[in-house]
Design a protein around this ligand. Structure first.
Ligand SMILES: *Cc1c(COP(=O)(O)O)cnc(C)c1O
Length: 472
């Protein structure tokens, strides 16, 4: 408290004086009396600790303004919309799939009133929440029955726990995936209470390896789609169809974890063929699991489709209750799946497919429109160039494939890495943060996922002129 004179302390207004100012009135109307009083106290305490030490006095209006700012920033959600210009369409850290307008409407329609979540309106009896999606999923996949849980990780956990608790689950060594986060197949097995039996080697697994491993202790055989990597070169794996025949001959269940699990042939977008759910079902797996918010383009969810008796067994596992989805997601999933009934308009309506299918020429034209806008705001400190930049699907779908795209490369004319990092930070601090990627000493903004161009320009203008010069 050195340097704090009795004079300057007296210069601080009282809480009551501040509360009488017009700005404090505004704050009270918006945030309530209690929160406003607390914020004023906090500002005064800070002023006492620092401001007055420098001998400054604070007017009641200044304190009220600071308190209002503090209340506004505390109110802003930490879960904020951002511009995903990373070039990864399904970015797990940025929330994966964007939902279609029809889906957003479906969600809001089940939030304001009570809904028939587990109620059979016809019979006036208790119903099942899976009933809302069952027939739709079966129609889309050709499966006999279906259920939905929190995400695909939960789907795999539930399946293992139901059919391999205290028993063996057989997996190829080439398919013991880690997805990121902490989803590692061997760890999930342990938590599910299953004993992992690895067969084959990292690069080659043969039919005879599975045959030798199947025995009286076998709970299930698990085939895992190696979604986020490829083993190339001298490799061998047993195709799902052949593995299904082996499992069937030994009367054990085959479960196929597809990961992304697309419902459409990605070949339509010039990508390689990724096994569809319908194919995995037709290939003879007893159960197939896949995600809701990867290529399917819906909300986070895990689908389990396949044999009726096995889906019923999943329903009897008490864990199912802990992993179930709520009414909001059921509504969103139903609306998402319904979009697939009209394949002609699917790409236009489902944001994930629309972004994946966006033609390179269209993105390049956007880059040409935006280049001068960004160059103008960034001034002399940074160069802005149009570049070709390959986008990725993300979320572990076709990890080696890219989609030709276009973007803008922002480079610091001086100041090197520091200036670039400062620019990246300034873009993250815009009202809608802009997230790019740093590559070859450039901040790259891949424009594939930029649909709201006018909003982007208005937001970018928030980067004050002169701010860019100061970074260099
Ligand atoms: C992504 C993925 C999972 C996990 O799915 P989530 O929906 O993210 O829980 C499991 N298995 C495979 C093969 C995957 O690709």
């Amino acid at each position: 408290m050195t340097g704090l004179s009795a004079n300057s302390l007296r210069a601080l207004p009282s809480v009551d004086q501040v509360l009488k100012t017009p700005l404090a009135q505004t704050a009270k109307e918006r945030f309530g009396r209690q929160a406003t009083t607390d914020a004023i106290r906090a500002v005064l305490a800070r002023a006492r600790a620092s401001g007055l030490a420098e001998g400054r006095s604070s007017e009641a209006d200044d304190v009220a303004a600071d308190a209002l700012e503090q209340l506004k920033s505390a109110e802003r959600s930490s879960l904020r919309p951002v511009y995903n210009l990373t070039g990864t369409v399904l970015h797990t850290n940025l929330g994966r799939a964007l939902l279609a307008d029809e889906v957003i409407e479906a969600i809001s329609s089940v939030t304001r009133k009570s809904v028939s979540l587990e109620f059979d309106i016809e019979k006036g009896e208790r119903g099942e929440r899976d009933d809302h999606l069952r027939s739709l999923i079966c129609e889309m996949t050709g499966a006999e029955d279906a259920t939905v849980v929190n995400n695909n990780a939960a789907a795999v956990l539930l399946v293992l726990n139901t059919f391999a608790l205290g028993r063996e689950a057989i997996v190829s060594r080439g398919e013991l995936i880690e997805i990121g986060g902490s989803f590692r197949m061997p760890d999930i097995m342990t938590r599910a209470g299953a004993r992992l039996v690895e067969v084959g080697t990292t690069n080659r697994t043969h039919a005879k390896d599975y045959v030798a491993a199947i025995g009286p202790e076998t709970g299930l055989v698990l085939k895992v789609h190696t979604s986020n990597y490829r083993v190339e070169g001298f490799t061998a794996e047993v195709p799902a169809r052949e593995l299904a025949a082996i499992a069937k001959a030994q009367s054990v269940a085959l479960v196929h974890d597809l990961g992304s699990g697309t419902l459409v042939d990605l070949g339509r977008f010039g990508l390689s063929h990724e096994p569809t759910v319908r194919e995995a079902v037709a290939d003879g797996a007893d159960l197939v699991t896949f995600s809701g918010d990867k290529l399917l383009g819906g909300p986070q969810a895990g689908f389990i489709v396949g044999r009726k008796d096995m889906i019923a067994a999943l329903g009897r596992n008490p864990m199912k209750r802990a992993l179930r989805v709520d009414k909001l997601r059921l509504a969103a999933l139903e609306a998402t799946l319904k979009l697939y009934r009209d394949p002609d308009r699917l790409v236009e309506r489902l944001p994930t497919l629309r972004l994946l299918a966006r033609p390179e020429a269209d993105i390049a034209r956007q880059a040409a429109r935006l280049r001068p806008v960004l160059a103008d705001v960034l001034g002399d400190a940074f160069s802005v160039d149009i570049i070709d930049c390959p986008s990725q699907i993300g979320s572990g779908a076709l990890p080696l494939e890219t989609l030709p795209s276009a973007g803008l490369a922002l480079r610091a004319r001086s100041g090197g890495g520091h200036a670039l990092a400062a620019l990246a930070q300034a873009l993250r601090r815009l009202s809608v943060p802009v997230i790019g990627r740093i590559e070859n000493q450039a901040l790259v903004l891949d424009l594939r996922c930029l649909e709201d161009e006018a909003g982007f320009i208005a937001n970018f203008a928030g980067l004050a002129r002169g701010e860019a010069d100061a970074m260099a």
